[in-house]
Structures are given as C-alpha cells and as structure tokens.
Ligand binder design. Structure first.
Ligand code: GDP
Ligand code: PGA
Ligand code: MN
Ligand code: MN
Length: 589
C-alpha cells in the first residue's frame, strides 16, 4: 500500500487520534487479504458471527443494541453557522457549541480499540460524479460494511495524494449510549461526526450522511442534485432503453422497484428490467439539456422482512454471498438466517433478533426486527445494469415520487410540468415506517422523501429544484404513485411489486405522448382502461377505487400542506401558484 502523503489528511487523522486515543491507527487498503484479517478479529471477539459457508458463503451476522436499530432523526443535526441555513426541518446547534460537546464525548472513546481509516469513494473513482471521503471508525462492522457499500482503498489514496477534496468522517461506537448518541453534519467544514450508535444508517457515513446530507449541500453549491432515489432501466421489446428515478421514503419500496421482476406476460413480450441504484441518485444536467443520474453507492442496504422468492427474487439472490445480515433471526440448526415472509418455514430451533431462543413455528413474537437489513455487494445482483459500473450517468425519462398512503393518494398521476412536479414533490406525504426511530404508521410530510436527508434549508432546496428545471431543455416528466392504497378490509388493493411495471409502462407511454389521460385537480391520471391489467385479478371497479380523488379527503390534505408550508419564511412562486391551482381544482370537484 502506498502511504498517504497528503498532509491535510495526515494532520486531520493525527488530530482525531489524539482526541479519541485508539491503541493504533490502521489504514484500509481495500485488499481481500486485509479485510479477511480484520473479519477474523470480529469473529474472535464475537462482534460478528460467520454464517453457513456452504449455503451463504462469505456471509456474516451482526446484531445491534435493541435501542439502536434504525436511523435516529432526533439525534441527527445539521450544524451550519447560521441556524436559518439548516432550516426549520432540521435539528441544529451552533458548530462551536456542538464541536465542544462532541469533543468531550470523543475524548478517549477509542481507548483499547483500533482506529481504522477507510478511504472511500462515492461514485466510480475518477468520474465527474465521484466524491471522496475518509471514515475513521473503531467498528469492524463499519469497515466491512463500507467495503461493500462504497469503493474503498488504494485508488482513493492515490486521489487524496493528488490533492483531491475529501469529506472528513469520524465515527466511534464508543459506549452505544442512547442519551449521548449524535449524528452530526458540519456542511461548511465538509465534516461528519457520529458517536454512540452502531446502526448502518447512522454509522456508514458515506451513505445518508455524505451522499445525501453533505451531498445535497454540495449539490446546491455546485449546481447538481443529491436525491433519495432509485434508478431503474427498462428495456422495451423493440430494444429502446428508458431510465426512471424514484423517490420514496425509507421502507416504501425503492429497493423492490429497482429490482422489479416483470410479470410473465410482459417478460414474454420481451420487457427487461435492470437495476442501476436502489437508494441514492446524484443528478447532473448534460450538454443535451437532459438530466443524468448515477448511483454513488456500491452495494445495497436493504430491508430484509418481506423479501422473498416471489416479491423480490433478485434481492434474495443478491444476498446469497458476501452479505452482512443485521438484526434478522437465525436458524441455529443450519446456521442460516430468516425473516418474516422469507418463506413459510421459519426455524423451530432459532434465535430472534435480540438473541433469545425463538421457535418460529409457535412464537407470536417477530423473529427479525422490522427494520432488519442486508448489506450486499451490487455486483451480486442478477439484474445489475452495465451502466452501474461505468458511473457515467444515465439520461432520466421520468421521476416518480411516491409515498405509503392508505387513503387519499391515487395509484398514479402525472404532473403538468417540471414546476408543478416540484410542487407535487414538496407536498409529498407518507406513513412513517420502522426505518427511523419513533412511531410507525403516522402520516407525515416528506418532500421528495428528503425530510431526513436534506442538508440545508428545505425552502432553498425547493428553489434549487425549480432552478435545475430552468437549466434543462428536456427535463424528465414527473409522476406521483401510491402502491399502498387499502380497501374496506384494510388490504392493499394494488398487487404491487412486479405488477408496478404496468404503471411504469403507462408513464413511459405518457413520456412518448402515446397514452391517454384525464385531467384532474392533481394532474393527469390514466383512465382504468389505460393500465394494462392482462392476467391480473383486478376489475375496473378496483382500478376506479385506486384512481379516485375524494373531495373531502383532499380538502384535509390541503390543510395539511398549508400547515406544513407555514414553517417556511419563503417558498418559490412556482410552488405557491401550483398550490393555488390545486385548491381551486379541489373546490370545483
Ligand atoms: P425501500 O426502503 O424504500 O428500499 O423499500 P423496500 O423496497 O425495501 O420495501 C419496504 C417494504 O415495503 C418491504 O417490506 C416490501 O416488501 C414492501 N413493499 C415494497 N414494494 C411494495 C409494493 O409495491 N406493494 C406493497 N404492498 N409492499 C411493497
Ligand atoms: P431505505 O434506506 O430507503 O432503503 O430504507 C435506508 C434508510 O433510508 O434509512
Ligand atoms: Mn434510504
Ligand atoms: Mn432500500
């Protein structure tokens, strides 16, 4: 391994080591040999467990503290010098104060442990999109997970030695102490400090912290966008290729849509779906006036429960080797893993996510935590697209916003323009899920699925979306979907998963001007007959229910949007105009 010769990097690492006082500092070179050695240490101390080498080669099991199983938004801060720059939707503290507080917590926090220095890249090293970082951590779980989720090692050291900018990331699992848990971003210093957590979303700092919070801040400054979006490639029977980005809040279906398996009928016709990304998109305007997206990650950090041979066979195959499973249940007979809805055969001789003996056949308790996760290399995915590996960006035809709403939101509608689409994104709502700490199933506003991830004032973020629209001569069309509408029996009406392709195909036809629609106060909606329901057990009545817009419900939605907007001092005129039009349209229903 070549030494790090960049003195800015070395001085910073020295300073952090003086504060956290590890026994030793070890640079990660990204080689399999070094990662194997480090893995052995975690297996020896019991921090991680090796799984069945025949059935799940290279796979590991990891368990976090029961109170530390999801992102913690209350403990996540954006520390800009001015409070208004973080905005009303972020937690904030003055950087001087926050640094002082954190320095006390980090003081000696790595005593008796090794500090690993992980040089990593978000995006393919050397491409226009790539951003580099170094994460310092005392957690082997973080080292092994970063090696899956990002590009790690020598090529990044070479970039740093050549003087590349980098994000300074510091993590210490310290005591895993609830009361002193902090995930803190200092966007103006390109710095992230995280302490007292071991849960992926809080500690794999390249992901939510860099690629979204710091990324969105940099994107605004530099004229690009960092978004909570999957990227999907659709190849039509005639060979035409289309790319779609989708922003849904955490645990609302991004990974599933990104790895969609077409229903047989469409497969036979020749439709193919490939995966470019499942969680994060970085977007730039190309010379041709279109919007181009890359997935800056190198792996998938996916929700395990609900993943099965029927719902998402591609995700399941992706996790069959070199994967880390967190907080799922274990089958002690054959040392494999299990989670709810994996199959109808839960282990009798099992261990639940808490490590307690668990009989899946008789127990009424869940075996896996609802936010249990797999961390798997993207290259394992049977549908991974070639474009993922070049990191050069794919031209986006459509952006899809979506939420989890039992009522109100119809299956799908198209916005009337880019600006109207920005309004639709800004007014997005969704029921909360287990992906973040707190109550589940509460409807909240989550603009562009970015409420937990926007690294600056959200009203400036809306303006940035409007401004990006002005830079494009051929912007993506913007849609809104809801796979989660329920009937009188509280059951999902729409079959979802692979069948979501039917809705995507209507969208693509709209992009090409080849499909009909009716104008509603929300935008353009398909008529029931515009959605291809061949082989589907769904009648026109069901589709009508899925597409219905109820006046009273929408009067309430409007109140909700008004209340949400009231926290912002200013909103782009384009948003106010679109909101006024919605109010008028709903009144006229
Ligand atoms: P992500 O966190 O946004 O990537 O969401 P996932 O794709 O991991 O899905 C989260 C949860 O929603 C899982 O339990 C899925 O089984 C479920 N889910 C995903 N897509 C659909 C869908 O189209 N319909 C229904 N009913 N559930 C879905
Ligand atoms: P998700 O990613 O969007 O796949 O749930 C993790 C998260 O948002 O915490
Ligand atoms: Mn996410
Ligand atoms: Mn996901």
């Amino acid at each position: 391994m070549t030494m790090v010769t960049n003195e800015t990097v070395n001085n910073w690492v020295r300073e952090m080591a003086e504060m956290t006082k590890p026994d030793e500092v070890v640079w990660i070179d990204g080689s399999d040999e070094q990662l194997e050695e480090i893995k052995k240490v975690a297996l020896k101390t019991g921090e991680m467990i090796a799984l069945n080498e025949e059935k799940l080669p290279g796979c590991l099991y990891y368990r976090t503290n029961p109170k530390d199983v999801a992102r913690d938004e209350k403990r996540t801060l954006i520390c800009t010098r001015k409070e208004e720059d973080a905005g009303p939707t972020n937690h904030w503290m003055a950087p001087v104060e926050m640094y002082a507080k954190l320095r006390k917590l980090f003081d000696g926090s790595m005593k008796g442990r090794v500090m690993y220095a992980i040089p990593f890249s978000m995006g393919v090293v050397g491409t226009d999109f790539a951003k580099y970082g170094v994460e310092l951590t005392d957690s082997i779980y973080v080292v092994l997970s970063m090696a899956i989720m990002t590009r790690v090692g020598q090529p990044i050291i070479d970039k740093l030695n050549a003087g590349a900018d980098f994000t300074k990331c510091l993590h210490s699992k310290a005591q895993v102490n609830e009361k002193e848990k902090y995930i803190v971003h200092f966007p103006e210093d390109n710095t992230i400090w995280s302490i007292n957590s071991a849960y992926g979303g809080n500690v794999l700092l390249g992901k939510k912290c860099l690629a979204l919070r710091i990324g969105s801040f940099l994107g605004r400054k530099e004229g690009w966008m960092a978004e909570h979006m999957l990227i999907l490639k659709i190849e039509a029977p005639n060979g035409e290729k289309h790319y779609v980005c989708g922003a849904f809040p955490s645990a609302c279906g991004k990974t599933n849509l990104a790895m969609l398996t077409p229903p047989d009928y469409f497969k036979k016709m020749g439709y193919k779906i490939q995966t470019v990304g499942d969680d994060i998109s970085w977007l730039r305007v190309g010379d041709d006036g279109r919007l181009y997206a890359v997935n800056p990650e190198n792996g998938f950090f996916g929700v395990a429960p609900g993943t099965n041979e029927k719902s998402n066979p591609n995700a399941l195959k992706t996790t069959r080797k070199n994967t880390i499973f967190t907080n799922v249940a274990r089958n002690l007979d054959d040392n494999t893993v299990w989670w709810e809805k994996l199959d109808k055969n839960p282990p009798e001789n099992g261990e639940d996510w808490l490590g307690n003996p668990w009989n899946g056949k008789t127990s009424t308790e869940k075996g896996a935590h609802p936010n249990s996760r797999f961390t798997a290399p993207a290259e394992n995915c049977p549908t991974i697209a070639d474009e993922f590996f070049t990191g050069e960006g794919v031209p986006i035809d459509a952006i899809v916003f979506g939420g989890r709403r039992a009522k109100a939101e119809p299956l799908v509608y198209q916005s009337k323009s880019w600006d109207h689409g920005v309004f639709v994104g800004s007014a997005m709502t969704s029921e909360t899920t287990a992906a973040a700490k707190g109550q589940v199933g509460v409807v909240r506003h989550d603009p562009m699925a970015m409420i937990p991830f926007c690294g600056y004032n959200m009203s400036d973020y809306f303006q940035h979306w409007i401004d990006m629209g002005k830079k494009m001569s051929d912007p993506p069309k913007i849609f809104h979907v809801n796979w989660f509408r329920t009937d009188e029996k509280d059951e999902f009406i729409w079959p979802g998963f692979g069948d979501n392709l039917r809705v995507l195909l209507w969208m693509l036809a709209r992009c090409k001007g080849e499909a009909d629609a009716v104008e509603t106060p929300l935008g353009y909606e398909p008529r029931p007959e515009d959605i291809d329901t061949t082989d589907l057990d769904l009648d026109a009545e069901d589709l009508k229910k899925l597409l219905a817009i109820d006046k009273e419900t929408w009067q309430d939605e409007i109140k909700g949007i008004e209340e949400f907007y009231s926290q912002f001092d200013k909103l782009p005129d384009e948003i106010n105009e679109a909101f006024d039009a919605l109010k008028k349209g709903v009144e006229a229903l």
